[in-house]
Design a protein around this ligand. Structure first.
Ligand SMILES: *Cc1c(COP(=O)(O)O)cnc(C)c1O
Length: 360
């Protein structure tokens, strides 16, 4: 069979192990809360399953446009923001072109770039897990078509500040597309963090990506949205698989926006729990970067697979990146005791002088 060699070399997507009955699944940054009641009713009410959905998600775009004071044409809806990432990368980059992004960052980026036929240029994070924006700007050359900035960064949970982002944008050529992936924006409490929604109209090459999967708890329904210049969104729309955002998904997103106050109250509880888990872990002896997503990052390095076994033994299913670290999502309150017992065990097992262990 003649298949593309770069595709054959790309591992297929594999989901984390399902958690056993008494284990907590903290491996996919999912929201532990069920959807608010009006959301389920909206999904059921949308149920004309014999009909195709509204292809342009006009009602959802209208609601988002009013909320963010933009026109509906400046918004584009996708079946999750991963689908949007794929559309923008495909619209801008093909064979011979490159896409620059930080590494380690979102695990989906390398595959999406390869599928588009383009090449990845991965710029190592700084020691604290944050993007090295100076190095990313310096990595842009005449082949670069797209730069992806992920804040908070998955999996290190670090942010890009508004000031650093503005300096960065000043260095990026105006014909290179910048995708600001803010999948976890709602969990951010740091006052200096960039917020792409405040930058509308400022840059002709900036697209902001948001999702209903994380804070809004709709990961299973697949809805994400992009805000940016109409011409760039039109290019993405041209690459999209038509009709992939279902009507139940559109209705659930609209219903979630109607109960946003309650939803965001849950989000702030999760952010507070994140801060308290991080503080407890630091007391246990961990060094952990400031966490601004709904997850924390343990830079266990060479000890990662062994550390992950210890978490599993304690009933904690986390996401391990061999040789690099472990990402742990903030889950239900009931998971915290188990999690902290596991992390205490793991930090005690790290060799003296390990960089994830606090000095002294
Ligand atoms: C989870 C995530 C997304 C989006 O996921 P969808 O469910 O496809 O909306 C996008 N970017 C990052 C960095 C993520 O972690």
């Amino acid at each position: 069979m003649k298949l593309r060699p770069e595709i054959l070399a790309t591992p297929p997507y594999r989901q984390g192990k399902p958690a056993g009955d008494d284990a907590f699944k903290l491996s996919s940054n999912e929201n532990p809360y069920p959807p608010l009641p009006g959301v389920i009713e909206a999904v059921v009410a949308a149920g004309a399953f014999n009909r195709y959905p509204d292809a342009s998600a006009s009602a959802l775009r209208q609601v988002l446009a009013e909320k963010h004071d933009v026109t509906p044409d400046e918004l584009h809806i996708g079946s999750g923001s991963v689908a949007l990432l794929s559309q923008f990368i495909t619209a801008a980059a093909g064979p011979g072109d490159s896409v620059v992004y930080a590494w380690r960052s979102f695990e989906a980026y390398p595959g999406l770039v390869t599928v588009a036929g383009a090449e990845s240029v991965q710029v190592p994070n700084r020691a604290d897990g944050s993007h090295n924006l100076d190095a990313m700007a310096a990595a842009i050359d005449e082949r670069t078509r797209v730069v992806i900035v992920c804040t908070p960064n998955n999996p290190t949970s670090t942010i890009v500040t508004a000031a650093d982002f503005s300096d960065f944008m000043a260095k990026v050529p105006s014909d290179v597309l910048v995708l600001l992936d803010e999948a976890y924006a709602e969990f951010v409490t740091h006052p200096d963090a960039v917020n792409g929604l405040t930058l509308t109209g400022r840059y002709s090459n900036l697209v902001v990506l948001r999702t209903f999967s994380k804070a809004y708890g709709l990961a299973g329904l697949r809805v994400g949205w992009a805000l940016g210049p109409i011409a760039i969104l039109d290019a993405a729309r041209a690459t999209a698989i038509p009709l992939s955002v279902t009507q139940p998904a559109q209705s659930a997103a609209i219903a979630s926006l109607a109960v946003e106050t309650e939803l965001l109250e849950r989000v702030s509880r999760l952010a507070a729990l994140r801060d308290s888990i991080r503080s407890s872990m630091i007391e246990q002896g961990w060094t952990i970067p400031d966490a601004q997503g709904n997850f924390v990052w343990l830079a266990t390095g060479e000890e990662t697979l062994e550390a992950n076994e210890t978490f599993l033994r304690h009933g904690i299913v986390a996401r391990a990146f061999a040789g690099s670290g472990i990402r742990i999502s903030i889950g239900e309150d009931e998971s915290v005791e188990k999690l902290l017992r596991a992390s205490a065990d793991v930090v005690a097992s790290l060799p003296a002088g390990h960089s994830a262990r606090r000095l002294g």
